[in-house]
Write a protein that binds this ligand. Structure first.
Ligand SMILES: [Mn+2]
Length: 273
């Protein structure tokens, strides 16, 4: 294979995150994925953790070229993580990526965290656009040891790029904050149950006005086997295939007879009016 052909065969991966373009986890992820792909980085210019899935429609979005601490080029935007992916796929990138990887987030994203998570929102935005995506998080809010998580992302990306699935995969990955030798393996899981321990903290500002923080203890979870929290709790890497479909199918069936009941109730109400 000529050099030109091998460059053509090299997959393109878009790397983004929600911790901001300066985050260590983003650099570690991009550096690892460069072993197997041509990597583009488009990330927010500041931390958007727990910002959920958003689309900025009421203000302009600015885009600037920057250089990361390891010397690699990157693009930063004033938008949210999902804005970054949307803009990248709508034309900021010279061509469409084969895969989007979001992370490596500092802190686990498990269970209902997926609704709050900007890391996961960025991956979901790619899936909305038909591009497979992985969201990856390290189970520590303080550790900067991204090596094992980055190495795993390379393995998973290679495996995923080899598939020719019609429906783009949407994978949520959590890696224990342990040395590689202490990680027990990999489990493919379902989402488990988070237990939030939020508490409302009321204080007073210097002008005597009350203000609030949503504080409290960090969330925990139910360590059920087969779940993301269960796997991580046992020292395994958790890979959860997730869906963009929010339908509650059981309740669709339970509520099917409501259509007629509500229809006649509405007709009756309109008849009286
Ligand atoms: Mn984050």
């Amino acid at each position: 294979m000529s050099a030109k052909e091998s460059a053509l065969a090299r997959p393109r991966i878009l790397v983004t995150n929600d911790d901001g373009v300066a985050a260590t986890g983003l650099r570690a992820l991009a550096a690892a994925l460069r072993q197997i792909a041509q990597v583009d980085i488009v990330a927010p210019d500041h931390n958007w953790s727990a910002s959920g899935h958003s689309k900025t429609m009421d203000r302009p979005l600015y885009v600037r070229a920057t250089t990361l601490a390891d010397g690699s080029p990157a693009t930063m935007t004033s938008g949210s993580p999902s804005d970054c992916v949307a803009m990248a796929l709508l034309g900021l990138l010279p061509s469409r990526p084969d895969l989007v990887v979001s992370g490596i987030n500092q802190g686990a994203n498990l269970s209902t965290d997926l609704v709050y998570s900007g890391t996961v929102a960025a991956a979901r935005e790619a899936v909305f656009a038909g591009v497979p995506a992985i969201a990856v998080s390290l189970n520590s809010v303080s550790s900067d040891e991204y090596g094992p998580a980055a190495a795993f992302c390379v393995c998973l990306a290679q495996q995923l790029l080899a598939q020719r699935w019609e429906k783009p995969a949407f994978l949520n990955v959590n890696v224990p904050a342990l040395p590689a030798s202490a990680i027990r393996g990999v489990q493919v899981t379902r989402l488990g149950t988070r237990v939030y321990r939020d508490a409302l903290v009321a204080r007073e500002d210097p002008r005597g006005r009350p203000y609030y923080w949503i504080g409290g203890e960090p969330p925990t979870g139910i360590a059920e086997p087969g779940t993301d929290f269960g796997a991580l709790n046992e020292g395994y890497i958790s890979v959860t295939p997730v869906s963009t479909d929010l339908t509650d199918y059981q309740r669709v069936d339970v509520m099917a007879p409501w259509a007629e009941i509500l229809g006649s109730t509405l007709a009756g109400a309109q008849g009286q009016a």
